[in-house]
Design a protein around this ligand. Structure first.
Ligand code: UDP
Length: 235
């Protein structure tokens, strides 16, 4: 097994199925099942959920950006609750912690409590992003991974299975990278995460595995150390 503690980043789209919006029950079940397997392998799993299946702050033209971003963060909470429900139905102990307090719905994020829960082999879902507008849930994944001392971030991508030198959907000759450094991502301007998330990972030396979630078994393959997708770390 390659990792003891990880942060799995699931974009909102990864939970949406073919509709691309909302939550697809079968898709969320299939992901929850693999998360269960991974916890049974003894891996401590923190999950950062995105919210793009409901709302993306920057896409709204009519709503003030910060307000729109708060709406996006609320979207991530819906995904977190749905994922918690799917995991609990499979008897996986799961806690949701939110960066914006909403105590009737979930626990507030407390770093030490999250670590304690991970040690108790609970899955901890980090919702509401960083709690700040102008950030992304990729940055949240980098931040939480640093805070909880995760050995790696598993960045699950929908529709693509790693990092390419150009968009593989538009260029059939696009070449996939097996390994990259964070500096490569920044200097080649590769659109895999925003620059804030990339530099946070770089500054804190957090390895990142970018892989495709269209086959959810890939989560298990990455944990087992199979070389799929693209690995990003300093040389
Ligand atoms: N968001 C934010 N601050 C954060 C994390 C998220 O303002 O720390 C907002 C932002 O508007 C973003 C939305 O929440 O567009 C959904 O998150 P994201 O786009 O990262 O989700 P994903 O693309 O992974 O589904």
């Amino acid at each position: 097994m390659a990792f003891k503690r990880i942060v799995l980043k699931l974009s909102g789209e990864a939970l949406a199925g073919s509709a691309k919006t909302g939550i697809d029950n079968e898709v969320i079940k299939s992901i929850a099942k693999r998360v269960k397997t991974v916890t049974e392998m003894g891996v401590e799993v923190g999950i950062v959920v995105g919210g793009g299946n409901f709302w993306r702050g920057r896409d709204s033209l009519n709503i003030q950006r910060a307000t729109s971003d708060y709406m996006g963060m609320l979207g991530t909470v819906m995904n977190a609750l749905a994922l918690q429900d799917a995991l609990e139905k499979m008897d996986v102990l799961t806690r949701v912690q939110t960066s914006i307090e909403m105590r009737a719905v979930a626990e507030p994020y407390i770093r030490r409590r999250a670590i304690r829960q991970l040690e108790k082999k609970m899955v901890v879902i980090f919702a509401a992003g960083t709690g700040n507008p102008y950030f992304s849930t990729d940055t949240t994944a980098a931040l939480r991974a640093a805070e909880i001392n995760a050995e790696a971030i598993l960045l699950a991508k929908k529709g693509v299975d790693g990092i390419y030198d150009s968009d593989p959907k538009q260029n059939k000759d696009a070449k996939k990278f097996e390994k990259l450094s964070y500096l490569d991502i920044l200097s080649k301007n590769l659109k895999i995460m925003d620059a804030t998330a990339t530099s946070l990972c770089m500054d804190n030396n957090i390895p990142l595995v970018v892989f495709g979630i269209d086959d959810p078994d890939n989560i298990i393959r990455v944990i087992e150390g199979e070389k799929i997708g693209t690995i990003v770390k300093e040389d």
